[in-house]
Design a protein around this ligand. Sequence first.
Ligand code: SF4
Length: 345
Amino acid sequence: MSRSNLVGLLPSELEDLAVSLGASRYRGRQIATWIYRKGAVELEAMSDLPKDLRKQLAESHEIGLPDLERATPSQDGSRKLVFRLADDRRVSAVLMPDDGRITLCLSTQVGCGYACVFCLTGTMGLDRNLTAGEIVGQLLAANTLLGDEGRVTHVVFMGMGEPLANYASLVAALRIMIDPKLGLAYSPKRLTVSTVGLVSGIDKLGREDLKVNLAISLHAATDDVRGRLMPINRSWNLEALMAAVKRYPLTSRQHVFFEYVMLEDVNDSAEDARALARLLRGVKAKVNLIPFNDWEGAHFRRPPLPRILAFQGVLLDAGITTTVRWSKGEDIGAACGQLKELASA
Ligand code: SF4
């Protein structure tokens, strides 16, 4: 009989579990501390837990982390991590050290069902959602891999899949990461959930009051262009999306991030930039321009550098903080929208 995973259970659920095994809630808190604070990978390691309880736990539960199958270093210092899940499916995450930070971009689904036309992951369709344990497990495994190098400082939910389409697991994973006492104690400011624009999900996430950052995969500033690039725009157009963005609760120092992949002759003109500036009027926005990363079979090209910089200039002139983000890990197939081979490998 397969055993249930303790990783992915909220600290309160671990307390309930301890009670169901005839122990006190305190024992549940100890288990949470061992898994999330001390990085225990075996029940045996929980030395201050009574032996009987450990034995009982081991009969029905395990500490199951995704198996790190490969860690491929890139010339730019990032590392692509390929994880094998218990059912032999693969997902990937990318570790990106930068300026004293170590950011982990992790996956929330195997594949993705949203079929954005410029995205390699989108070509494979959705296979399945990840569990909360598989999401948190990527972070725990990355921290273990880092060892003496430190620990992940920032997490972005921008890997394979649409986080808000796997809502319950996403929120459970966020709660575990944020819990200051029994979880991983990340500040919500350091966690960013990226969405293709699921309006209902954005509203729901806002109501959770988790205070995590929101990033929107925007990629176009008119419904005409966005509708051609991203099928989701037919369900929720830009007006609906921007209304949801404006409803999302922000702390005084928070911004909403807008991701904009730059595609030559598709969305990279000065007029596109002006349309984007108009769209973002009244929004506390930061824009990340992502020059397209080529993949075999793609029908798009990266614009020449002067065009990218001119686009950025229009936004900067409009007072919008705008950075050009040269995707990390381009040479190892880990850049934005390149995470594909992994599910079926
Ligand atoms: S860009 Fe994001 S939402 Fe769109 S297909 Fe790719 S992974 Fe899915």
